[in-house]
Design a protein around this ligand. Structure first.
Ligand SMILES: Nc1ccn([C@@H]2O[C@H](COP(=O)(O)OP(=O)(O)OP(=O)(O)O)[C@@H](O)[C@H]2O)c(=O)n1
Ligand SMILES: O=P(O)(O)OC[C@@H](O)[C@@H](O)[C@@H](O)CO
Length: 465
């Protein structure tokens, strides 16, 4: 992992938590006119991500924060979400000693930045407390600085956006508008941030059972909310609350906002959150998380053609895809110019349809695969590449064409090892207008399924439209 913008050491540090250190003087960070580099100039917000649990309710051996979703550990998605927010300077993740190495390799493999590690505790509150100590302490070699504001967010809540993070950070004083970096710096220096947390409507009614297991009473669902994450606190408030916290609360408590209220008499501002803030707890939550990630990365398709001719079958397929998949953005590029064209799509597209009209050889496909593999695209998400071979089925027998394309199987096997899912579609480029249209529509349906499902079992397959 290369050094982050704060010229941190390459390896994430393991800030061993200890006694609460004296608070650090917080360095002021001048802001550039273009806004802050990630974490380099606004030094007033940090995040603590408790990730020291064992995931008992998940019912599997691997702690759920390390369970894989689309071949990538769940926690990596949460880190990516937090890293996208450039005004969060430090991200402290608390993990158990036995998982420290696993966490370090995740950070290394996925290029996560601004991450520091601290030892988890026996409970979630103790883990969070250790994360706060790491931020509060003035430790040699640990370059963390005491923030003005700290966000606390469960490492198993991967779908967190900048908007809700911003809203909880500023919610204590009713400031919800989106802001410039400079506004954030000024505002944070001019208003005392205290506490805020995301909430969601209750889905089920909350009831209180009597000692003998009968209904004692139920709560009015309309008057109650579920407390979610993220939560944000003036660092000194929540740190003081944890320092005063009883062992009972550290052991059995589940609500940070309650600690701020009970020990520092701060009533947190409650902020309406979005439906995707839920916590991955049971196995079905992992399935839901995978479905949401697939949905997110299937929103754009890039059709790679080898001619600008608008009447070409590649452009006809592009039009059909646009009409058939109207909720998906369909763009196209010509590969045989410079590869720079396709690199314009690299940072937001995870689905490429390579329309190969002329030959059955693999040159263009190999060129596309090498461009993809040189990008970091397949590192974070599985990239779908569909090769569409167009030919008149009455002129070239299907069996012969499939024989000519058997190289796709070997190529797909290599590509799968680099998280690129390669398969083929045979499109009937018939002289008969109706047959051509039917094959175009069928090709679009097959492509939609391959893009949406991203099923690695289909790599190397040739599907006939
Ligand atoms: N001793 C603990 C327990 C939990 N957590 C973290 O707190 C978050 C929310 O807690 P929860 O969903 O309860 O996680 P687990 O305790 O792992 O789940 P379970 O209760 O099913 O064992 C998770 O990111 C979890 O890793 C933690 O840092 N330290
Ligand atoms: O450790 P558990 O998963 O049981 O509890 C965590 C949740 O209580 C917590 O994340 C939110 O309710 C907000 O505090």
């Amino acid at each position: 992992m290369e050094s982050g913008p704060c010229s941190r050491p390459a390896e994430p540090r393991h800030c061993v938590s200890g006694r609460a250190g004296a608070g650090l003087a917080f360095p002021a960070f001048p802001l550039s006119a273009a806004g802050a580099e990630p974490g380099s100039r606004i030094g007033t917000v940090a995040a603590v991500l408790p990730a020291g649990g064992c995931g008992e309710r998940m019912g599997v051996r691997t702690p759920k924060q390390f369970c894989r979703v689309l071949e990538r550990p769940l926690i990596s998605y949460t880190l990516q979400a937090m890293e996208r927010v450039c005004w969060i300077k430090d991200i402290v993740v608390t993990v158990t000693g036995e998982n420290m190495e696993a966490m370090r390799s995740i950070i290394q493999r996925y290029g996560h930045k601004r991450i520091s590690l601290a030892e988890a505790g026996a409970t979630r509150h103790r883990s969070i407390f250790n994360g706060l100590k790491a931020l509060a302490e003035d430790q040699p070699g640990c370059e963390l600085t005491r923030p003005e504001v700290v966000i606390i967010h469960d490492a198993v809540r991967p779908f967190v956006e900048e908007d809700i993070l911003l809203r909880v950070v500023l919610a204590a004083k009713e400031h919800g508008a989106m802001i410039s970096q400079i506004w954030l710096q000024n505002k944070l220096s001019s208003i005392p941030i205290e506490a805020a947390g995301a909430i969601r409507p209750l889905v089920s009614t909350v009831v209180s059972p009597s000692a003998d297991g009968h209904l004692d009473h139920s709560l009015d669902r309309a008057k109650h909310r579920a407390s979610e994450m993220p939560q944000a606190f003036h660092f000194d408030v929540i740190y003081e609350a944890y320092q005063k916290c009883s062992d009972f609360d550290l052991e059995f408590g589940t609500e940070c906002l309650q600690l701020a209220l009970k020990y520092c008499h701060r009533k947190a501002k409650l902020v309406e959150g979005t439906p995707d803030l839920w916590k991955v707890t049971y196995k079905q939550d992992l399935c839901a998380a995978e479905a949401m990630i697939k949905e997110k990365i299937s929103q754009e398709i890039c059709v790679v053609v080898n001619t600008k001719d608008e009447e070409s079958v590649g452009h006809l397929l592009e039009e059909v895809l646009r009409n058939e998949l109207n909720c998906i953005k369909v763009t196209s590029t010509v590969l045989d110019r410079t590869s720079g064209d396709i690199e314009n799509f690299i940072d937001q597209c995870y689905s490429f349809i390579c329309v190969n009209v002329v030959s059955s050889e693999s040159r263009e496909t190999r060129k596309l695969l090498s461009i993809l593999e040189e990008s970091s695209l397949p590192l974070l998400y599985p990239v779908v590449v569909v090769l569409v071979h167009c030919f008149d089925f009455t002129v070239v027998p299907l069996a012969q064409k499939m024989e000519n394309l058997v190289w796709i199987r070997e190529l797909a096997k290599e590509a799968k090892g680099r998280n690129v899912l390669l398969s083929g579609v045979l499109l009937n480029h018939s002289q008969d207008e109706q047959k051509l249209q039917e094959s175009l529509v069928q090709s679009a349906a097959i492509i939609a399924a391959l893009v949406k499902e991203r099923n690695s079992a289909l790599v190397g397959q040739l599907l006939v439209a």
